[in-house]
Design a protein around this ligand. Structure first.
Ligand SMILES: Cc1cc2nc3c(=O)[nH]c(=O)nc-3n(C[C@H](O)[C@H](O)[C@H](O)COP(=O)(O)O)c2cc1C
Ligand SMILES: CCCCCCC(=O)C(=O)O
Length: 357
């Protein structure tokens, strides 16, 4: 089967994964308004192409936190890759290493960070961190990934509690017994009396996290800190004031607060208030190369895809993730050229208009 666009991978994954796994990956919170709007919002944005600009040579390279990447699309942190493909995160890590792009490993990976680094030693990776009630758990993880050569911490701030995902409740979704959250083997044993969430001991994430936890993180690591889950200019300003090195504008793929903005709609006010002081990235609903172009035109330095990576895994493991990234990169290169841009530096806000439809 020839895969032409990312929705081909989505259809394949829907057909081939178990219903409970598919539902977990696809889930949005409550009525899924925000999840669906993440995609629709890109369709509301129109491009203003420029012509006669000699686009015979095009260059998709960019940098994140000072490191060169082949193209401006990386992999957002998503949990439980072994549900989609036996090698799980190892396959994802190899694909991103091969294509020289950034892979954010989820705390809830089903391969350990040590296994991931051993499988793809030269990959560029960030580590996504949740804050645990027991700060020692978070601290140990930070020291482990720092020693392993992870280049930044991505502190996810939009999960004080897990959003209500109806199908997961109906399916009583949990990680199958043969899979483990490998970064924590043995660590949660003292919590076994607490009701589980997804097969992970519940009540472990700390809902009292606040801005002062950024200072705490800074006190235990030299890694750059990227805050993931910012949707307003007020919080973006606070993030800058607290000295973080980057923001991922994200609504967690619409899996947390339903009724919040599409992430691309939130991007503009954040880019404006931050005014170049730190790098801004965005995720949520990116499915085509022209979506990437629109996000960059609105001020994102780099974008991340979540679900499409697990669809790629479900299709063919490492090869499937590579295909997903390659298709997106090819589409991005083509959209960039058709819009009259030779490289990412030429992409700016003049390229977009918001449709009145
Ligand atoms: C199945 C699944 C698992 C996820 N797991 C995590 C996670 O462990 N940590 C995190 O910060 N975000 C997690 N996210 C959110 C993603 O990082 C990202 O924000 C979102 O998927 C982007 O939207 P997209 O799927 O439309 O590309 C998850 C999303 C999905 C779909
Ligand atoms: C106990 C919380 C599990 C969260 C799993 C990963 C995640 O963020 C998701 O959206 O799913």
């Amino acid at each position: 089967m020839a895969m032409v666009c990312l929705t081909d991978f989505e259809e394949y994954a829907k057909e081939h994964l178990s219903k409970a796994t598919w539902d977990y990956y696809a889930a949005g919170a409550d009525e899924c308004c925000t999840r669906d709007d993440n995609l629709l919002a890109y369709k509301r944005i129109r491009l203003r192409p420029r012509v006669l600009r000699d686009v015979s040579v095009s260059d998709t390279r960019t940098t994140v936190q000072g490191t060169e990447m082949s193209f401006p699309v990386g992999i957002a942190p998503t949990a439980f890759h072994c549900l989609a493909w036996q090698e799980g995160e190892i396959a994802t890590a190899r694909a991103t290493e091969a294509l020289n792009t950034c892979y954010i490993t989820s705390t809830y990976s089903t391969c350990s960070v040590e296994e991931i680094v051993a499988a793809a030693p030269n990959g560029y990776r960030w580590f996504q961190l949740y804050m645990y009630r027991d700060r020692k758990l978070s601290e140990q993880l930070v020291h482990r990934v720092e020693a392993l050569g992870y280049k930044a911490l991505v502190f996810t701030v939009d999960v004080p509690y897990t959003g209500k995902r109806r199908n997961d409740i109906r399916n009583q979704f949990r990680l199958p017994r043969h899979l483990k959250v490998k970064n924590f083997e043995g660590e949660f044993q003292q919590e076994t009396s607490v009701p589980e969430e997804y097969g992970i001991p519940g009540n472990t994430l700390d809902p009292s996290i606040s801005w002062k936890d950024i200072y705490w993180l800074q006190s235990i690591t030299h890694l750059p800190i990227i805050v993931k889950g910012i949707l307003t200019k007020e919080d973006a300003e606070l993030a800058v004031e607290h000295g973080v090195q980057g923001i991922i504008v994200s609504n967690h793929g619409g899996r947390q607060l339903d009724g919040g903005p599409a992430s691309i709609d939130a991007l503009v006010e954040i880019v404006d208030v931050v005014a170049g002081r730190i790098e801004i990235y965005v995720d949520g609903g990116i499915r085509t190369g022209s979506d990437v172009l629109k996000a960059l035109a609105l001020g994102a330095k780099y974008v991340f895809i979540g679900r499409p990576a697990v669809w790629g895994l479900a299709y063919k493991g490492e090869e499937g993730v590579r295909e997903v990234l390659q298709i997106l990169n090819d589409e991005f290169r083509l959209s960039m050229a058709l819009a009259g841009c030779r490289n990412v530096a030429e992409i700016n806000r003049n390229l977009v208009q918001f449709s009145k439809l």
